[in-house]
Design a protein around this ligand. Structure first.
Ligand code: NAD
Ligand code: DAU
Length: 354
C-alpha cells in the first residue's frame, strides 16, 4: 500500500480518489483534519476496504512509526501542509510547525522504518514530497519560467516554510540515503478546492451576491493547472522519477488574476445567470493588496515532459468549465465547508482590506 499524508485536503483528496479509480493498491490516509481537511471529500470511499483513514499529525512520531510498522507502505507521499499564503501572513506559527517541524519528524520516522526494511524493499521504497512553485520566489514579466535549477527565494512565511521542507527532504537523501522525490507544482484549481483560495472564493461569492475581491491591481500572474493533472504528474513521478530529482509541474497556463476573475464571471453568466440580469463582473471589488505579494509565477515543465513523458490532459478552458460546473452541482459541499470557522477567516482577511 501507499501512505498519503494530508489526503483529506484539496489535492490529497483528489489524489486518493483518482488513485483508487485507477488501481487496487490500498491507501492509508493520515490527516490531522485541520480547517482544510474535510472527510466529506472522501465520503464516496466509505466501506471501501482499500481505503484506511487515520486522524493524526505527521509530527506525531510515535503514531507515524506505529502506522508504518502496521501497514508497511512501499511509499509515503507527503501532501500534508498549511497551504494558504494569507493565513501564513496572519499567523506563521502553524506553518513552521507542520511544514518544517512536521516534515522533519515525518522524515525521521520514515527513515527509521526504511532502514529496517529488507534490502530488496529498501531499494524500491520512495518518499515523495509535494511542494510548490512559490519556493522559487517571484518573476519579472520578462524572466524565463522557473526551472528545477532556479535558486529557492521564498517571499512569504508559507513559501519559506515549504522551501525549508524541500531542503530537509534533499538533506535526508544526501545524509541518510532516503530515496526521495520532490515535485514543485504551480497553482491548482478544480473540485474540492477550499473557498479561501481565489477560484473557489470567486465562485461562491459570485453566487452569494458578495463582492469578488481582487488584491491590488489584479495583474499578478499565476500559472494554473487542473488538479487532476497534478495528480497524474505525481503518479508518474512516483512510478518513474529518478531518486533525488526535483520535477517542476505546470500547465503552461500563465494568466493575470483579473483574467481569471473575468473568465469565472463569464462562465457563471452562461451557466447560472443572475436573476436580475446583471453581469457577475459588476461584483468585482479591488481591495488592499497582499503584503509582499509575488508578482509572477511561471513553471517550465519541460523536464517532466521530456524525461517522464507527462503532459496535462486539460486545457485551461476545459478545466475551468468543469470546475465551475462542479461547484454549481455541489451546493451541499459548499454549504458544509462554510462553517463558523470559515466565516471568521473571511472576516479576518477581508474586513481590513475593504
Ligand atoms: P490543503 O490546505 O487543501 O490541505 C492540506 C491537508 O493537510 C488538509 O487535509 C489538512 O488537514 C492536512 N494537514 C495539515 N497539517 C497537518 C499535519 N500536521 N498532519 C497531518 N495532516 C495535516 O492543501 P492543498 O492545496 O491540498 O495542498 C496540498 C499540498 O500541495 C501542500 O503541501 C501544498 O503546499 C502543495 N501545493 C499546493 C498547490 C495548490 O495550488 N493548492 C500547488 C502546489 C503545491
Ligand atoms: O503557486 C502554488 C500555490 O498556489 C500553492 O503553493 C498554494 O498552496 C496555493 O494556495 C496557491 O497560492 P496563491 O497565493 O497563488 O493562491 P491564492 O488562491 O490564495 O491566490 C491566487 C492569486 O489571487 C494571488 O495572486 C492572490 C490573488 N487573490 C487571492 C484571493 C484569495 C485575490 O486577488 N483575491 C483573493 O481574495
Amino acid at each position: 500500500m501507499i501512505l498519503v499524508t494530508g489526503g483529506a485536503g484539496f489535492i490529497g483528496a483528489n489524489f486518493v480518489l483518482d488513485w483508487l479509480r485507477q488501481t487496487d493498491e490500498p491507501v492509508l490516509n493520515l490527516d490531522k483534519l485541520t480547517y482544510a481537511g474535510n472527510p466529506e471529500n472522501l465520503a464516496s470511499l466509505q466501506g471501501d476496504s482499500r481505503y484506511v483513514f487515520v486522524k493524526g499529525d505527521i509530527g506525531d512520531s510515535s503514531l507515524v512509526e506505529k502506522l508504518l510498522t502496521q501497514y508497511a507502505p512501499r511509499a509515503v507521499l507527503n501532501f500534508a501542509a498549511e497551504s494558504h499564503v494569507d493565513r501564513s501572513i496572519h499567523g506563521p506559527e502553524d506553518f513552521i510547525q507542520t511544514n518544517v517541524v512536521g516534515t522533519m519528524r515525518l522524515l525521521q520516522s520514515v527513515r527509521s522504518y526504511w532502514q529496517g526494511l529488507p534490502e530488496s524493499e529498501r531499494a524500491d521504497f520512495r518518499f515523495l514530497h509535494v511542494s510548490t512553485d512559490e519556493v522559487y520566489g517571484s518573476l519579472s514579466p520578462t524572466d524565463a519560467a522557473f526551472t528545477e535549477t532556479n535558486k529557492l527565494e521564498p517571499n512569504s512565511p508559507y513559501s519559506a516554510s515549504k522551501a525549508a521542507s524541500d531542503h530537509l527532504v534533499r538533506a535526508w537523501l544526501h545524509t541518510y540515503g532516503l530515496p526521495v522525490l520532490t515535485t514543485n507544482c504551480s497553482n491548482n484549481y478544480g473540485p474540492l478546492h477550499f473557498p479561501e483560495k481565489l477560484i473557489p472564493l470567486l465562485i461562491v461569492n459570485a453566487l452569494a451576491g458578495k463582492p469578488l475581491p481582487v488584491y491590488g491591481d489584479g495583474l499578478q500572474v499565476r500559472d494554473w493547472l487542473y488538479v487532476k493533472d497534478h495528480c497524474s504528474a505525481i503518479r508518474r513521478v512516483l512510478a518513474a522519477g529518478k531518486v533525488g530529482e526535483v520535477y517542476n509541474v505546470g500547465g503552461w497556463n500563465e494568466k493575470p488574476n483579473i483574467e481569471i476573475v473575468h473568465t469565472v464571471c463569464s462562465l457563471l453568466d452562461e451557466l447560472r445567470p443572475r436573476s436580475d440580469g446583471a453581469l457577475y463582473k459588476t461584483q468585482v471589488t479591488y481591495v488592499q493588496d497582499r503584503p509582499g505579494h509575488d508578482r509572477r509565477y511561471a513553471i517550465d515543465a519541460g523536464k517532466i515532459e521530456r524525461e517522464l513523458g507527462w503532459k496535462p490532459a486539460e486545457t485551461f478552458d476545459s478545466g475551468i468549465r468543469k470546475t465551475v460546473q462542479w461547484y454549481l452541482d455541489n451546493p451541499d459541499w459548499v454549504a458544509h465547508v462554510q462553517s463558523g470557522a470559515y466565516r471568521e477567516w473571511v472576516q479576518t482577511n477581508y474586513t481590513r482590506r475593504s
